[in-house]
Ligand binder design. Structure first.
Ligand SMILES: Cc1ncc(COP(=O)(O)O)c(C=O)c1O
Length: 410
């Protein structure tokens, strides 16, 4: 291990919990991550000392709150290596970020017959907004298929992108753990004259992110999956694109002027931040970024690659053909999100039996129903590891799974 996950774990108060005398084994970070003491403290400290309105009032407290809020934006810019701070838009979550692009850029630029290319491994957040534009505008959706081991099948990518205006894809699958070749996909989109939208929800919390190296046009992600609070997400977009886009939501903060006969928009980023923003949540997100940077995103990725390798080999060694692990086995192209089928036991039953050992995994369709259909399953069980998980957690998963096997032996 390149760093000690057991030491990291100590920063997360909830992970010290025991339920019915047994320790908590949290393996659901792809769903939402736990929060370190540093984030909890930063948010309470801000609430106790500096909370106030932002962007609106001239007094000292309000200026202090505004500075703290804008410092969070700078931290996000550096975290993803965006060129300009005002290209960072705070939203409610990644879902809202994706909807912002579809509804603002999409409505301004897409009309009947225009093509948007997605992949078979997308989360509903990167499917449904485009379906809404199919209904509203008559656009066409095309889908990049998958290989048998759950990677993108890029054999016909040029043909799929031919004439497309948008290529929107995940950087890491929330079901299969697959890490996609983002730079290659951005280059392919641009070669075809399309913009490249990256759903970074599962990637950004676990890897070094560099939107300039990728050459992406938009990136969406949520704070709650990267040790920050829920209630705040990020959309980064190229200045030229954002500048040309109409506002998404209307109201306070996003205007330069309002008259009886209309309004004019504020400059970036306010244009896309209507209403009171998630102020305390931005402070928490900033603290989460500082926390992750303190450990190092490269270290985190290395640890998770080791965790994925360990967990996959442990499960395979213990259960052989009784377990099917979806997604790539090559650790180079996958994160530590591991979906599996266990014997004929329904994933919900698996999850309930694991819960008796306090092993928390998600069971369900993971908001990726088109992918589930491709896998021929209604649902999978999914164990997702993060920086605070250690090999002992993978062992606990395997032990609890053995209990499930005994319980459902037939
Ligand atoms: C790949 C991916 N995209 C988008 C989302 C949506 O994130 P949120 O619910 O925070 O908006 C998720 C959440 O699980 C996800 O895994």
């Amino acid at each position: 291990m390149t760093f000690d996950p057991l030491l990291v774990k100590r920063d997360f108060p909830v992970l010290a919990r025991e339920i019915n005398g047994k320790p908590l084994v949290y393996l659901d970070s792809a769903n939402t991550s736990q929060k370190p003491r540093q984030v909890i403290d930063a948010m309470s400290h801000f609430l106790e000392t500096s909370y106030g309105p932002i962007n609106r009032s001239a007094y000292h407290l309000a200026a202090e709150a505004t500075d703290a809020f804008e410092d969070a934006r700078i931290a996000v810019r550096k975290f993803i290596n965006a060129p300009k701070t005002h290209e960072v838009i705070f939203t409610k979550n990644a879902t809202e970020s994706m909807n912002l692009v579809a509804m603002s850029w999409g409505r301004a630029n897409l009309s009947k017959g225009d093509v948007v290319v997605l992949t078979h491994m997308e989360h509903h957040a990167n499917i449904v907004p485009w379906h809404m534009l199919v209904a509203e505008r008559g656009i066409e959706l095309r889908w990049v298929p998958l290989t048998d081991d759950g990677q993108l099948d890029l054999t016909n990518l040029s043909a799929l992108l031919d004439g497309a205006k948008v290529f929107s894809f995940t950087a890491m699958s929330n079901v299969l753990g697959t890490i996609t070749p983002v730079k290659h996909l951005c280059d392919a989109a641009h070669a075809a004259g399309a913009i490249a939208i990256v759903d970074g929800c599962q990637y950004v919390p676990h890897n070094v992110t560099d939107v300039q190296a990728w050459g992406a046009d938009f990136l969406a992600f949520s704070s709650h999956k990267l040790c920050g609070p829920s209630g705040i997400g990020v959309l980064w977009g190229r200045e030229t694109l954002l500048d040309a886009m109409p506002p998404f939501l209307g109201g306070g903060n996003m205007i330069a002027d309002v008259r009886l006969d209309g309004f004019t928009c504020a400059e970036l980023p306010s244009k896309f931040e209507a209403g009171t923003p998630p102020i305390v949540e931005a402070i928490g997100l900033h603290a989460a970024i500082d926390y992750l940077n303190g450990i190092g995103m490269g270290e985190i990725r290395a640890h998770e690659a080791e965790m994925a390798a360990y967990a996959i080999s442990t499960l395979k060694n213990r259960f052989g053909d009784d377990i099917t692990i979806h997604g790539p086995t090559n650790i180079e192209v996958r994160g530590a999100t591991i979906s599996f089928a266990f014997k004929d036991v329904h994933p919900h039953d698996v999850s309930q039996v694991l819960d008796q050992s306090n092993v928390c995994v998600r069971a369900g369709h993971h908001c990726a129903k088109p992918l589930m259909r491709l896998l021929g399953a209604n649902a999978t069980a999914r164990a997702s590891f993060y920086l605070y998980n250690s090999p002992e957690d993978a062992d606990a998963l395997a032990d609890a799974l053995a209990n499930a096997g005994d319980m459902f032996a037939f």
